[in-house]
Design a protein around this ligand. Sequence first.
Ligand code: IMP
Length: 199
Amino acid sequence: MALTDNQTLVLASANPGKIREIQSILTRQSIVPQSQFNIEEADETGSTFVENAIIKARNAALHSHLPALADDSGLVVDALNGAPGVISARYAGVGASDQENLQKLLTDLESVAVEKRTARFVCVMVFMRHAHDPLPIISQGVWEGVILSAPAGHHGFGYDPIFWVPSHQQTSAEMSPDIKNELSHRAQALRQLTQFISP
Ligand code: IMP
């Protein structure tokens, strides 16, 4: 099902950066954050990104009675068997800051050689036509990198200062936001999803 022009979609996020990014790609639809409907964030109880994105989209569609979009993202590190994974935002504990999460990751990887520090940012996006949609549209973006042993750069957020992008020979925090928005896991997932819902 392709969306009609001017269709309103509710986004299961309150992050203004994400709303802007999504609206700049889905130009023919109107993206409204779930906070405008006083919808509370759903508990992310899934053990995979796709489960959590579905939980968030279903919750937003259920309470808004509108089609809903949700994303779930994080960092997957090979040497840690996929951690921090779905708990990327709270790796050092509930309420931990970006700096604390990043520091914990550096400590966990202290004894890991550079060639074994491969990792990727991943993003899963889900579109549900309604809360009981049995066939959500799902897309996935993957951005490959290597975890450095010390931070570099001041752009971005989260783990950006330690995420080295080999193709550009800089961290994602040293990269201009425009370039990051071209390459990132979120941009990839969003472009893929757009081809299905708003071709
Ligand atoms: P969210 O669920 O998409 O809000 O993101 C989960 C967590 O993954 C964030 O709090 C960050 O720690 C991490 N993360 C996701 N995307 C990025 C990124 O583009 N740069 C740095 N960290 C990210």
